[in-house]
Write a protein of this length. Structure first.
Lengths: 434, 291
């Protein structure tokens, strides 16, 4: 009983704190925007999943069943799906800039459409770098999901420029004159926003730094990929999850951590025909690339199951069920924006805790020789819970470990799902969320 | 609602369990394959005879080499027929790290068209052998047109990431056909030069030239053998031109010339496998022209 009381006390305390922050206008605008991205991210991640798992040579289903040769016009379908995923997930930064600007303008009673269009354009101007022979050039990585933060920042700046430089929208005017008024009301705000972003872009151009995010990512990946230290692995994992949380994209993704050590491990295992006793058991490929983030950054497969298991909100249930399929293949963009998790302080603790716990359990299991090291290469688009199984040449222990880790993640997420739902319920009751 | 929930979980669970079976089969065979490729130390030497010679062309050479080797090299002969079928004789002994594989052709007439066809036929035999033995590396010795066949194979068919030729020795191979001057380049030489970029840059090439008089080996002009430099020089890691004179330096005798056998043993065959048994040496001068 004591335990339950203390837990309830802390829960209420957390709920109160979360509510205070959520009532900030900027914060609320950001949260609403992120949720709006959900359908785009869901469609995009399913398209990307089909592409990566079936249509690329050497992908999971291609290795198993030869799908690339089996499916007629695989290349054409690949292009067709790619165009959709690249302009949804790969366009998330632009969408965010548009929506944040629009939502903020609404809260300040300014022209929402004008602000939205201006925010999106401003972001495109910021990432523009060249035009040649009818093709407009943008740095692709700064447009996409790993640049959500920059999209949001541009949206916020645009929203505030509209707050101070444009006139309020008068809804009582006769219809005919409204459109013309909008034109003049927002003129200064639009001009200033566009000039500001073009100016900033020119500064970037002159400094020759194409995009900030890839640089940070490259630095982190290189450090993590070639380390033997458990501390660096843990720190790198935590840092990459925090970067994901603030919308900068996780530099550490599943299954692509083949550093020099991983290659020498593979050679050793091939030579001795066994994945036990390899020279570098602590390495990024065998641990972070496989077991840490099952279901995507933040080990969100556990979260989806937790919501389906204990969640009561109908909308959360729908998001969780729809995101389960991409989640099984480690695509969690729709989960991150649908609940949302990004910038959502209700989820920050488990979002970082679950992967770190996974990491520690995996390292202990390796140290205690409960599992062989995962050294073999894993095809693209492999389901998250199979990665350990494949990486160890079909070790049942590794498969069991993956399942145990997902179960642990579920238990970590369950209490926070309950808190998150309380916050939402209180917000809706108060009615002052808008 | 509860029912749908259970159904959803159940369906996903069953799908994953079913997937586990092909996944398991695939990973096991995939890793076995990788292990095989990684662990085969076998580096076969491919021998290709010249025009109008059969797969038995090198029998004398093999006899000499095997009589001096610590462990005998097993010999496998493949004859590629005009209809692309393969006729095998002999075998590779298990554990032999350096077997000799002779690839000969039913159509062994002279001429550029035949050489190109033979390169294609060689590739058929090569792929069939690679499927069986999965060697990552191999070496080559080509006599006369056989050297040209190996060169065309390297340029037009070989993927050096899969199967890397480490050493090639050509014996009197006429890279410029029967031309006595390098200023007139035959179509064949032009084609070889055009595709030289496809040759692996880590290859080591020895081009052996025999001279009976001061201009040819009785059949092939010196200049035509030397034209090989336009193909290999500055493209491969090392290109060495060697000139052999004296007894048995005639074009067709080159493979049985004891100096040539010495060069093969020293440069192509792993030298540690040779015993120190002395063979009577007929005095000959060997000019080394490294580039």
């Amino acid at each position: 009983m004591r335990f339950k009381e203390t837990r309830e006390y802390y829960e209420q305390h957390l709920v109160r704190q979360f509510l205070r922050i959520r009532k900030l206008k900027v914060y609320d605008a950001i949260q609403q925007t992120i949720v709006i991205l959900y359908p785009f991210m869901l469609v995009g991640s399913i398209m990307e999943l089909l592409r990566e798992s079936f249509l690329i040579k050497g992908s999971y289903f291609d290795e198993l069943f030869g799908t690339v040769a089996m499916i007629p016009h695989a290349n054409g379908i690949n292009f067709f799906l790619g165009s959709m995923s690249k302009l949804t997930i790969g366009f998330a930064g632009v969408l965010a800039a548009t929506e944040v600007a629009r939502n903020l303008a609404k809260k300040f009673d300014k022209d929402t459409q004008m602000a939205g269009v201006t925010g999106g354009l401003a972001y495109l101007i910021l990432t523009f770098y060249d035009s040649d022979q009818g093709v407009l050039g943008f740095t692709a990585r700064s447009l996409g999901f790993s640049s959500l933060l920059f999209g949001i920042l541009v949206g916020v700046v645009t929203g505030y420029i509209f707050k101070y430089l444009s006139r309020k929208v008068d809804t009582n005017q006769p219809k005919g004159s409204v459109i013309r008024d909008r034109m003049f009301n927002s003129m200064w705000a639009i001009t200033v926003t566009l000039i500001l972003s073009a100016g900033l872009n020119t500064v970037f151009y002159l400094l020759n730094s194409k995009a900030l995010t890839p640089e940070i990512n490259r630095l982190l990946i290189q450090n993590v990929m070639n380390t033997h230290s458990a501390w660096v692995l843990t720190g790198g994992t935590a840092l990459s999850i925090i970067l994901q949380f603030i919308g900068m994209g996780s530099p550490i993704a599943n299954g692509q951590m083949m550093g020099a050590d991983a290659v020498s491990n593979l050679n050793y295992a091939l030579q001795h025909q066994s994945a036990w006793n390899i020279p570098n058991p602590i390495n990024a490929h065998g641990i972070i690339g496989i077991y840490t983030n099952i279901g995507g950054t933040g080990a969100t497969l556990g979260l989806l199951i937790a919501i389906i298991w204990v969640g009561k909100g109908r909308q959360f249930q729908r998001v969780a069920k729809q995101s389960l399929l991409p989640g099984l293949f480690n695509y969690n963009q729709s989960t991150l924006v649908g609940l949302p998790i990004l910038f959502n302080i209700a989820y920050v603790i488990p979002f970082i805790l679950a992967p770190i716990v996974n990491l520690l359990i995996t390292m202990s299991a390796l140290k205690l020789h409960l599992i062989p090291s995962a050294v073999y290469q894993i095809p693209n688009g492999t389901p998250g819970i199979f990665m350990g199984f494949i990486g160890t040449n079909g070790s049942v222990q590794a498969l069991i470990l993956s399942l145990v880790l997902v179960a642990v993640d579920v238990l970590i997420y369950v209490p926070f799902v309950e808190i998150g739902e309380k916050v939402n319920a209180d917000l809706n009751q108060g009615g002052d969320a808008e | 609602m509860k029912k749908i929930k259970r159904l959803l979980f159940g369906a996903i669970f069953i799908a994953l369990v079913i997937l586990l079976i092909p996944t398991n089969t695939w990973i096991k065979s995939n890793v076995k394959n990788q292990e095989l490729r990684h662990n085969t130390r076998m580096v076969p030497i491919f021998w290709v005879p010249g025009s109008s010679a059969t797969v038995n062309r090198f029998d004398g050479v093999f006899k000499t080499i095997n009589s001096e080797a610590k462990s005998k090299h097993s010999i496998l002969k493949v004859k590629v027929m005009k209809d692309n079928t393969l006729k095998y004789s002999g075998s590779i002994r298990p554990g032999d790290q350096q077997p000799f594989i002779v690839v000969g052709f039913e159509d062994n007439s002279d001429g550029y068209e035949t050489i190109k066809k033979e390169a294609k036929w060689f590739n058929i035999a090569f792929n069939d052998l690679d499927e069986k033995y999965q060697f990552g590396k191999f070496e080559g010795v080509g006599h006369s047109n056989g050297g040209l066949v190996l060169s065309f194979f390297l340029e037009d068919y070989n993927d050096s990431n899969q199967n890397q030729m480490t050493k090639l020795m050509t014996l009197g191979s006429p890279y410029n056909s029967y031309e006595t001057s390098t200023s007139t380049k035959t179509q064949m030489l032009t084609d070889l030069i055009d595709s030289r970029k496809n040759i692996d840059s880590n290859l080591i090439v020895y081009s052996v030239l025999g001279t009976e008089n001061y201009s040819n080996d009785g059949i092939v002009p010196e200049e035509s053998v030397q034209a090989g430099k336009y193909v290999f020089q500055k493209q491969v890691k090392q290109y060495t031109q060697l000139t052999v004179t004296g007894v048995n330096a005639q074009h067709s005798d080159l493979p049985s010339n004891s100096q040539v056998i010495d060069l093969i043993e020293k440069n192509i065959i792993d030298s540690s496998s040779k015993t120190n048994k002395n063979r009577p040496n007929n005095a000959q001068d060997v000019k080394h022209k490294d580039s």
